[in-house]
Design a protein around this ligand. Structure first.
Ligand code: ATP
Length: 235
């Protein structure tokens, strides 16, 4: 579904991605792991069209999107749920959800999806008129995911959804990702520092180290591997 080939991305003279290649097959959950500054967010931003690679290509469902702008990429169904939520704190929960559907036209479908998001996250329905900035961290993360779902993604890319959340909330959010994947067939590219939790729900994973893929493989195999356990899982 998504095929990134050998992309190099620069910030000024600094080469943040040094030839990264990865694939996400339709219907799978794939993780992109790595420590701070490895280039995980840079990879997602490049797929979203917010950054442009100097070399390499990105294809989505066979179409070359390397030079497409970010709004065209969203319309194709690639939706990013950014790190740090990036909600509108002074808008209500409902208004934030509707901003996710801004590029869509079918009103009836938008209302259906709004109700669907409220079913997934009953707390958001309860708090639909509350200002987003006054939600707890976990509720804000749920709202960020809900807003991304309102954009009708085919590929949902999440940037560190577990960041700063209590283990119980992380578990709830990861359970929901599994449900979205199995019940709706949603394809997910998950960026995480919490390698353990991410590998458990993934079928395949890539590990980035300073701008290059250091390791990749079947997620359950990686969970069992001694090298991965010692180096990345703190075991
Ligand atoms: P984190 O988990 O801390 O977000 P990451 O793996 O997502 O890390 P990136 O944010 O992609 O890492 O950063 C990769 C490299 O690019 C880092 O060395 C970072 O300092 C650098 N970088 C990121 N954004 C910029 C920017 N706007 N200007 C210059 N350098 C940047």
């Amino acid at each position: 579904m998504l095929e990134i080939k050998n992309i190099e991305v620069y910030y000024g003279y600094i080469r943040a991605l040094k030839g990264v290649s990865l694939r996400v097959e339709e219907g799978k959950i794939v993780s992109l792991l790595g420590s701070n500054g490895a280039g995980k967010s840079t990879t997602l931003k490049t797929v979203s069209g917010l950054l442009k690679p100097k070399h390499g290509t990105i294809h989505f469902q066979g179409k070359d999107i390397t030079h497409m702008d970010s709004s065209g990429i969203v319309k194709l169904g690639i939706v990013q749920c950014p790190e740090g939520r990036q909600l509108f704190p002074d808008l209500s929960v409902k208004e934030n959800l509707l901003t996710g559907a801004i590029t869509r036209k079918n009103r009836k479908k938008i209302t259906e999806d709004l109700n669907w998001v409220y079913e997934l996250f009953p707390i958001l329905r309860e708090r639909k008129n509350q200002l987003a900035g006054t939600l707890s961290g976990g509720e804000q993360q749920m709202l960020a995911i809900g807003r991304a779902l309102m954009a009708a993604p085919r590929l949902l890319m999440l940037d560190e959804p577990s960041l700063g959340l209590a283990p119980k909330i992380v578990e709830q959010i990861f359970d929901l990702l599994v449900r979205l994947n199995s019940e709706r067939g949603l394809t997910i590219l998950l960026v995480e520092q919490n390698a353990n939790a991410a590998l458990r729900i993934s079928s395949y994973a890539y590990i980035l180290e300073v701008g290059s893929i250091a390791l990749e493989g079947d997620a359950q195999e990686l969970l069992k591997s001694d090298v991965v356990r010692q180096k990345y899982l703190g075991a």
